[in-house]
Structures are given as structure tokens and as C-alpha cells.
Design a protein around this ligand. Structure first.
Ligand code: C5P
Length: 236
């Protein structure tokens, strides 16, 4: 998931399609977005990983997460590399560490800082290269790619999301009570949607996709159908 190589630099004015997929934690948007990107042969941006990496870098380097200026400074200097499923921070594989619940909570806390969001803006936009991009997060359609070709707000009930998250944790050998997972998700949703900068919100220009009753394949196909309607020549 690195920004595509610089050799793909695009001529100004060239049309680059972007599919922006925003939504709450554990809604399945990462899996769905990755699959849509794969089907279209597009690049993929997991913007949440950048917030998680920023938080982890701070924890590792002893930076106080309450210090907005210091956190933003760390993020501006992030040395990160994506290689298949592996994610490197300062040349160390941190793929598992950034997926912990604690790192998600830390990421959500620092994500409320305008200075941090500003420090990560350019890094995210660098992912927009030919032949196209699928980006997932909380503010892909509202702030980072406001001119996206297709905007989706992907969600599911808190119970369905908690069930998926509990299953994921179990698969990783981590035990979690469903009740605690729901509470944590709701706390994170509230923090993400009530912050003053780039809040998580279903904006009217984004299509609503509720995946409570859908399989991943169904959600992916729905997005591809919408994309074909808008862009019939380009979509396979
Ligand atoms: O999507 P993920 O759970 O990995 O994101 C971790 C945290 O990063 C979210 O809870 C949210 O606070 C923050 N985030 C954000 N904007 C994004 C992506 C993630 O604020 N575009």
C-alpha cells in the first residue's frame, strides 16, 4: 500500500478515478475496499493505518499522546513502508502491533488533532495515481478526495460490527467479550463522529451501503455496480 512509484507521475489534468469508502470501525470497509481495488486493478489506501502508525510511533518514541504539536511532528517524519500485508515503521515490521485494540484507541485519540490531520493530508493524496484509487477511512470523501468519482458510506449495526471484530480477535488468539467490544466500538464511533475536525458522518453525496445483512462479495459487487453506472467505459 505504498504510494505508487514515482515513475507513474501523472500529467496534470489527467482523469484519475477515486472511490472513497468511509464508515465506522469494523464495518468491513477495509476488506471491501481492498477487494474492489483488486477487481478494478486500482491502488489501495488504508488511511486508518497512517493514524495507527502515527500513534504507534509516538508510543515507541515516548512522545506524549496529549501533546498535539509533538504528535504532528512525529507524523510528519513517519518513515513507513507497505509491502504486501507487511507494514514497516522505521524498518521494523509492525503489521500486528498497529492492529491491536489499544493502537486503534490511541489512533482515534490523536486523530482528533487538526495538526496531525494536516500532517497526513499530503501523504494520503500521494496515493492518487493512475489507473485509479480506492481509499478507505473516515474523511476520504469529505476532506482528502472531495472530488472522488464515487463516495460510499459503508456501515453495519454496532452488534454486527462487534460480532465481526470479536471473531477477528479470536482468530488472532485474543479473547474478548462481545459486550466489551460493543462498548469500545461505540466509544470510538462517538469520538470519531463528534470531533470538530473531519468528523465521521454520512454526507448526502455518499451512497449508503449497510452491510449488516450482506456478505463481503455482495458489498463488493454493489460498489462495482455503482461504479459501472457512473463510469461504464472504464469499469471492467
Ligand atoms: O480504520 P481504523 O480503525 O484503522 O482507524 C483507526 C482510527 O484512525 C479511527 O478510529 C479514526 O479515529 C482514525 N481515522 C481517521 N480518519 C481516517 C482514518 C482513520 O480519523 N481517514
Amino acid at each position: 500500500m505504498n504510494p505508487p512509484p514515482q515513475t507513474e507521475v501523472v500529467s496534470p489534468g489527467f482523469f484519475i478515478p477515486v472511490i472513497a469508502i468511509d464508515g465506522p470501525s469494523a464495518s468491513g470497509k477495509g476488506t471491501v475496499a481492498q477487494s474492489v481495488a483488486g477487481r478494478l486493478g486500482f491502488h489501495y489506501l488504508d488511511s486508518g493505518a497512517l493514524y495507527r502508525l502515527s500513534a504507534l510511533a509516538c508510543v515507541r518514541r515516548g512522545v506524549d499522546l496529549a501533546d498535539e504539536v509533538a504528535v504532528a511532528k512525529q507524523a510528519a517524519q513517519l518513515d513507513m513502508r507497505f509491502q504486501g500485508d507487511q507494514i514497516f515503521l522505521f524498518d521494523q515490521d509492525v503489521g500486528d502491533q498497529i492492529r491491536t485494540e489499544q493502537c486503534g484507541v490511541d489512533a482515534s485519540r490523536v486523530a482528533a488533532y487538526p495538526a496531525l490531520r494536516a500532517a497526513l493530508e499530503k501523504k494520503q493524496r500521494e496515493f492518487k495515481r493512475l489507473p485509479g484509487l480506492v481509499a478507505d477511512g473516515r474523511d476520504m470523501g469529505s476532506v482528502i478526495f472531495p472530488d472522488a468519482t464515487l463516495k460510499i458510506f459503508l456501515t453495519a449495526t454496532a452488534e454486527a460490527r462487534a460480532e465481526r471484530r470479536t471473531k477477528q480477535l479470536k482468530e488472532k488468539g485474543m479473547y474478548a467479550k462481545m459486550h466489551d467490544v460493543i462498548e469500545e466500538l461505540q466509544r470510538r464511533d462517538l469520538r470519531d463522529s463528534s470531533r470538530s475536525v473531519a468528523p465521521l458522518k454520512h454526507y448526502p453525496d455518499a451512497k449508503l451501503l449497510d452491510t449488516t445483512q450482506l456478505s463481503i462479495e455482495q458489498a463488493v459487487n454493489q460498489i462495482l455496480d455503482w461504479y459501472r453506472e457512473i463510469s461504464p467505459v472504464r469499469a471492467p
